[in-house]
Write a protein of this length. Structure first.
Length: 226
């Protein structure tokens, strides 16, 4: 009887171990996308303008992130609590001037949330300004005989996190060939252009404080297909 009791006890212990192991495995799987983000910018102790692009680790693949900005390190006096959907950054404008503020982020999924990230402190010391307008690079203004697929490129703009590209078939820029916002890179491949048509194009940059002025307008021609 004693041996049977010992065997029964071993079975119970083994079953409990399996249950715990399963729970641990499940928690790792469910938390795989809810690791606390690693904060990138602004840096701890930074002096900033009142419009900031808050950024955290791009390798975190959670479907959304919750951002808190507060006037105290305990986050009892929240100035902002906002969700960024699928993007490791959040632009925030109109922060109070001459303020010491704190920020943190956590990862979230439909059924789980990470712990909060570390907390960073920053000071708002100046008013923000829109970014500079981009300088266009290729194709050069007035280029002739391009193929129906054209690579457009412009100079990257500091503090810009996206670009707005407009391409038209009229000089007044009303008849759009392309009207594309939220371009993350300072380039775009334009396809399906029509032979013998001239095209006009321009770009502006978007930063935390808003859009830049438009670049100068450049023109190019697509060659005859024959």
């Amino acid at each position: 009887m004693r041996r049977i009791s010992q065997v029964a006890l071993l079975i119970v212990v083994a079953a409990a171990s399996l249950m715990l192991s399963g729970c641990g495995s499940g928690s790792v799987d469910s938390g795989r996308d809810t690791v606390p983000p690693r904060l990138m910018a602004p840096a701890d102790g930074a002096e900033t303008s009142n419009a900031i692009l808050f950024r955290w680790d791009e390798s975190n693949t959670a479907p959304r992130f919750r951002v808190q900005i507060a006037a105290d390190e305990a986050f009892t006096n929240l100035l902002l609590e906002e969700t960024s959907i699928g993007k490791p950054h959040l632009p925030v404008r109109d922060l109070p001037l001459d303020a010491e503020l704190f920020w943190r982020v956590r990862s979230e999924s439909d059924d789980d949330a990470s712990a909060w990230s570390s907390t960073r402190r920053f000071e708002v010391v100046s008013n923000a300004h829109p970014p500079d307008s981009p300088g266009l690079t290729i194709p050069a203004d007035g280029t002739l005989d391009l193929e129906r697929t054209v690579q457009l490129a412009w100079d990257p703009v500091p503090d810009a996190y996206s670009y707005h590209l407009v391409v038209t078939i009229d000089e007044d820029m009303y008849l759009y060939q392309a009207d594309l916002e939220n371009l993350a890179e300072p380039e775009y491949e334009l396809n399906g252009l029509i032979f013998t048509y001239p095209y006009w194009w321009k770009v502006r940059a978007l930063g935390p404080a808003g859009y830049s002025e438009w670049s100068p307008v450049w023109i190019f021609w697509v060659r005859d297909g024959d």
